[in-house]
Design a protein around this ligand. Sequence first.
Ligand code: AKB
Length: 318
Amino acid sequence: MKKILVIGACGQIGSELTPYLRNIYGVNNVVAADCIYPLKGELREAGPSCKIDATQAEDIAIAVKKYEIDTIFNLAAILSAKAEATPMLGWNVGIGALLNCLEVAREYKTALFTPSSIGAFGQDTPHDQTPQDTLQRPRTIYGITKVTGELLSDYYFHRYGVDTRSVRYPGIISNVTLPGGGTTDYAVEIYYAAVKGETFYCPLKAGTFLDMMYMPDALHAIVQLMEADPAKLKHRNAFNIASMSFDPEMLYAEIRKHEPDFKMEYRLDSVRQAIADSWPNSMDDHCAREEWGWKPSYNLDKMTEDMLKVLRTKVTHV
Ligand code: AKB
């Protein structure tokens, strides 16, 4: 990776991936792009940026030509719960943007990373230690876009030799940009409530186990996979990666070790609960570990300590 384009640079992952990549590859070699333009703050000031509506192939092609891009990170997506409310938008962004990126990648010979998700699995998938290669029959539009995305990305690799790679992300927990419209968002929002001294109303019921990951591990995974020796990759789209699995009670208990007065109550969201019930409780990620050396650094305990430390500073400075 020498010249990188990040599409969706303002989102939860993009807003942290862009500075992370600039730090590794040089500020001028990472172009931040989003449909919300002009970008704000560090994203705009620290390096090149441009406007891209990923549903418009021409926008992507112009940027790839202008900046001589060799690697595209396509982070354009509508998350699971929002996509259930707006299925056509979920499909048009999830698949429209991906197909445009694949075509541009084919034409200009760039590599392409597009995240998949635990949402690519469905209720009939084995829920515990979900295997890398198993039944995938999601019934959410988000999941359908993710499975289609995995298949299309593999198709472009086998048919045209496009260097497509992907991971199935668990819920990502972060402290820079809030996620929006996801099923796993509760695991981010709970930390904000804890540091603000507010009661947290949990949309998922006790006992709902899901895989989650702290952002530093999620960023490390992307770079490690994109830098991996292609000869060692038996899989491509997409690798299971896991670092921790917990339910709301475990998360609440962990936060209360640091904030003993913190209160959580349940206010269930039936759409999110149905989605969460169809997703794995935990994934088996041995293929990622064997094929490109994936190894997470954070567990629930270490992540909670760091999240609370960062958010306490952030909240007192707002
Ligand atoms: C969501 O909840 O929709 C996302 C995901 C797990 O893909 N965070």
